[in-house]
Design a protein around this ligand. Structure first.
Ligand code: MN
Length: 290
């Protein structure tokens, strides 16, 4: 096994608001193309931000998605979700929501009502995972991955743990059902802990420093709120926590299919994209009340 080296470390850019409830730094595509980050087509990161109390929950009203999955990871704060299939619920701190938009869905994402009234620190990731062409027209789906049910691997010497959201770490499998091989972990490392991760060479692999800063491969320091992308030059990399740390680790097999994307629709051809807009405009994604 050879070392997977870092290609680049990206600092959080100027944030922008999604609706009025998500203040995000965009890391994917960021300075890359969707093709380079395949199968990850979007990553927005709401770094810690304090929202003032609000009687009217902030967020994003009814909007469509088609052709991929949205994965929402709540670190601080609570999000309430509802969609046109009738699914919905609250994403609590530590929970992950894995929504398969596939053939088309309408949903809305708001700060949870009671949380909104109090306000507070909010920190969240939304990752979009592309779907293989064969599944872009499937029925939509919804997985509510509660923190208490997550697969966990304790690290030696009480030095931390790895929460396995999807894929596998040290023989423990995450419960998320995915349509292509995807590994998604939260590594919670105590100061000084050092852990190795290993993924196939050609997988798209990156880390996001949610809390604290870490040293990668005994070489480069990745500060808090920074995103770091690996080369496809080896399998294994080491993360050493320079302070108590939470690192989001993502690695996925490339789909290697053409991408035709516009806004909330990600298809394989321009014709399919036009069709997606047409279907949406004709109300074929169902109905959801504001
Ligand atoms: Mn959405």
């Amino acid at each position: 096994m050879s070392t997977k080296t870092l290609a680049r470390i990206t600092k959080p850019g100027t944030p922008h608001f999604v609706g009025d409830g998500f203040r995000v730094h965009n890391f994917i595509p960021g300075s890359s193309t969707m093709q380079e980050m395949d199968p990850f087509i979007m990553l927005d990161y709401n770094s810690k931000y304090t929202f003032a109390p609000s009687e009217i929950p902030r967020g994003v009203g009814v909007h469509p998605h088609k052709g991929f999955e949205t994965v929402t990871i709540a670190y601080k704060g609570k999000v309430e979700h509802g969609d046109s299939t009738g699914s919905g619920g609250v994403i609590h701190e530590g929970d992950v929501q894995w929504m398969t938009a596939a053939g088309g869905i309408l949903h809305k994402e708001f700060h949870e009502k009671e949380w909104s009234k109090k306000g507070g620190e909010f920190q969240m990731v939304q990752l979009w995972v592309n779907l293989p062409a064969a599944h872009k027209h499937d029925q939509p789906g919804y997985q509510n991955l509660r923190n208490a049910d997550m697969a966990r691997v304790s690290l030696p010497g009480n030095s931390g743990e790895v929460e396995v959201i999807a894929g596998e770490f040290n023989g423990r499998k995450g419960s998320a059902k995915t349509f292509s091989p995807v590994h998604l972990f939260n590594a919670k490392l105590k100061k000084g802990a050092k852990t190795e991760f290993s993924f196939p060479k050609d997988y798209t692999t990156a880390i996001l420093m949610i809390e604290g800063s870490s040293k990668v491969n005994d070489a480069e320091t990745v500060p808090q709120d920074h995103f770091a992308m690996f080369r496809r030059d080896g399998e294994t990399f080491a993360v050493e926590a320079l302070e108590d740390t939470v690192v989001l680790i993502l690695s996925g097999e490339q789909l290697k299919e053409p991408i035709a994307a516009h806004g909330p629709f990600v298809m394989n051809t321009r014709e399919e994209l036009v069709q997606a807009f047409d279907d949406f405009n004709k109300g074929k994604f169902g109905f959801l009340e504001d």
